[in-house]
Design a protein around this ligand. Structure first.
Ligand SMILES: [Fe+2]
Length: 283
């Protein structure tokens, strides 16, 4: 991958339907928007008009949920053709999806399911990512997902698996800081070790989100403010990776637009504070 492919976008917000009117009427100050790819892979109608309007004022990235890169089903070429056409039309700064599978045998389970962390799965997923990158004619980002179970056959840690897939596929990484925190609690590992082990040259974007605490496990619900522990982990990630384009993910109980914008600004000020300190006592 070529790092110069990826613009330093700043601090963005997910493009959500409840904010369409506010954005299109007032063009609020936001660095960039992340659009859910599947919402705009349609032939016409309001979604495309909205995205055209947004794109005329802001950089966008496209974030998919249906690539199912880890499945053993053949890659969905119809889906990929639609995605390629959508990216040609809207020219997002980049395209991302998740390191997971979402279905098998032609059935879509509409969930981001974890993979076994083995060398065989690394090779399987990496070869599929390479194929996708050839079809889309661009380097894609893969995102670490939250999980609530582990496979007994796994012989790599999650961060070893993510790093190996990215290296073998020669793709970029979207590092979801909240997902690392959730999984560290659920699977009892050190989130700092995770962040310190991922190849820095491949990390192109961060996600920040809120989760729910169910006592014995954390659930990645994207319906709460970002927890203080996740902000702390974000600050550690900024120390390690520098200023990386950061997206506030909020998908349920979505607050007023101003709350999201203020959260993006909070990420910006925390990042700037850390970078200002860096060199003295950052690590
Ligand atoms: Fe995420």
């Amino acid at each position: 991958m070529n790092r110069s492919e990826f613009a330093p976008l700043g601090f963005g917000i997910g493009l959500r339907r409840c904010h369409y009117t506010r954005i299109l009427d007032e063009w609020p100050t936001v660095d960039w928007f992340e659009a859910t790819s599947e919402n705009f892979m349609v032939d016409g109608g309001r979604p495309l008009q909205v995205l055209e309007g947004v794109r005329s004022h802001y950089p966008i990235v496209m974030h998919g949920v249906s690539l199912s890169i880890g499945s053993t089903d053949p890659l969905n070429l119809v889906y990929l053709k639609q995605l390629a056409a959508t990216t040609r039309r809207f020219e997002p700064a980049w395209v991302s999806d998740h390191l997971c599978w979402t279905g098998v045998g032609g059935h879509n389970l509409h969930d981001l399911l974890p993979l076994p962390y083995t060398e065989e799965v690394v090779r399987h997923v990496a070869s599929r990512i390479r194929e996708v990158q050839e079809i889309l004619e661009r380097t894609i980002l893969i995102e670490n997902v939250s999980s609530y179970m582990e496979f007994t056959c796994s012989c790599l840690s999650e961060w070893e698996f993510l790093s190996a897939v990215a290296d073998e596929a020669d793709c970029a990484i979207l590092l979801d800081i909240n997902n690392i925190f959730v999984n560290a609690f659920n699977h009892d590992f050190d989130p700092i070790r995770y962040i310190d082990s991922v190849p820095a040259e491949r990390v192109v974007q961060f996600h920040l989100a809120g989760h729910s605490d169910h006592g014995t496990y954390l659930l990645d619900t994207h319906d709460h403010p970002i927890r203080p522990e996740v902000w702390s982990l974000y600050e550690h990630a900024v120390c390690r990776f520098g200023q990386i384009p950061t997206l506030i993910e909020w998908d349920d109980n979505i607050p007023e637009f101003e709350v999201l914008a203020a959260t993006a600004d909070q990420a910006r000020s925390r990042c700037e504070k850390i970078l200002h300190r860096k060199g003295s006592n950052c690590r």
